[in-house]
Design a protein around this ligand. Structure first.
Ligand code: DAH
Length: 353
């Protein structure tokens, strides 16, 4: 090498610079994404890059040629750098628009429905019953589920030897000899009468408990709605009119009703209310067992003993009461054949309502 004329050595550096630059520019041209472009930059201008290595040869160039070769190196290097910049701008633009279009949203697409929960069928029918009685001027009252046998039985004219008081029917607690889970919402009748002066017009929806074997019709926990109206000169005719209006509103049909004599300790006279079957309108079908009628609720005129016990003078006031089972009504209204469906929380069942 030392024998090589300076000219040819210099020429060779010139040529090599040109050649490497051309190669670099071609490679840049062919890089079709940002990663490939960065690979090019490293391959030529990186610390071990091809162009950088040629620059090392500058040390071997005679002093007088250094300015010219140096300028050439800078010029070529700038060419490569400029092209890298240009390409980078173009490729970045392409990369951005590809990214944008892959992430674009279709503003005309229909919205996705978020699955919403909804009210349990028992809550629905309870609300419906409450609204119907609201429209007739009744308000809602509440009472405790853990009760004494006084409110559940004694105050309701139910004597000590009454079969309902048996442990086989009623859940007693270990909170004391007289403490039980109420077996009927009738408990609220006396609680309201003790606190309120007539006229009284209330309904009391709530849970009740009975010591029952579970089957398709019976469950140890269920719901009732109690009704109580106390005023001067209340008649059985008013009870009939109230319940007739209620049945029509609940089933949204013009159904006849009838009363059958029955017995409850806290009403006198007592009756069981039947309604024409809402499915066959009295003709007879599977739901009503071909009878055309359905037993819906118990009712009657409040027994004077109950009024007296609650501190209301039966010589001045009279009243009527009624009590209905929510599960039973919901089963009839929605044609449900097993009470256990209300309590198993199977979405396939619940979503139908
Ligand atoms: N408490 C009764 C029961 O659970 C239902 C009932 C009947 C309530 C007649 C009343 C009524 O208020 O007057 O079977």
């Amino acid at each position: 090498m030392s024998e090589m004329p300076e000219e040819s050595l210099n020429e060779s550096i010139d040529q090599r610079l040109e050649k490497i630059t051309t190669k670099a520019l071609t490679a840049i041209e062919q890089a079709n994404d940002l990663d490939a472009l960065e690979a090019c930059r490293v391959a030529y201008l990186g610390s071990k890059g091809a162009f950088t290595q040629i620059m090392q040869l500058l040390r071997t160039v005679p002093k007088e040629d250094k300015p010219r070769i140096g300028a050439l190196v800078n010029e070529q290097k700038k060419k490569i750098e400029d092209r890298l910049e240009e390409s980078k701008a173009v490729l970045y633009e392409a990369h951005l628009s590809a990214k944008l279009s892959s992430e674009s949203i279709d503003v005309t697409a229909p919205g996705r429905r978020v699955p919403l929960g909804h009210e349990h069928p028992l809550s629905q029918i309870r609300q419906e019953i409450i609204s119907i009685f609201y429209s007739m001027g009744f308000s809602t009252v509440d009472g405790p589920e853990i009760e004494t046998d006084y409110y559940n039985f004694d105050s309701l004219n139910t004597p000590a030897n009454h079969p309902a008081r048996d442990e086989q029917d009623t859940f007693y607690t270990n909170l004391g000899p007289h403490v039980l889970l109420r077996s009927q919402t009738s408990t609220v009748q006396v609680r309201v009468m003790e606190k309120t002066k007539p006229p009284i017009r209330v309904i009391a929806p709530g849970r009740v408990y009975r010591n029952e074997e579970v089957n398709a019709r019976k469950y140890p926990l269920f719901h009732q709605v109690e009704g109580l109206l106390i005023d001067k000169d209340v008649t059985f005719g008013q009870l009939k009119g109230t319940l007739q209006a209620f049945i029509k509103a609940l089933f949204k049909k013009d159904l006849n009703i009838r009363f059958r004599p029955d017995f409850f300790p806290f009403t006198e006279p007592s009756a069981e209310l039947d309604s024409q079957c809402p499915f066959c309108q009295g003709k007879g079908c599977r739901t009503c067992g071909n009878r055309g009628w359905l037993e819906l609720l118990g009712c009657g005129m409040v027994d004077p003993n109950v009024l007296k016990e609650a501190g209301i003078d039966p010589e001045i006031y009279s009243g009527f009461a009624f009590g209905m089972g929510l599960e039973r009504l919901a089963m009839l209204k929605y044609d449900i054949n097993d009470i256990r469906h209300f309590y198993t929380n199977d979405l396939r069942f619940l979503e139908q309502f």
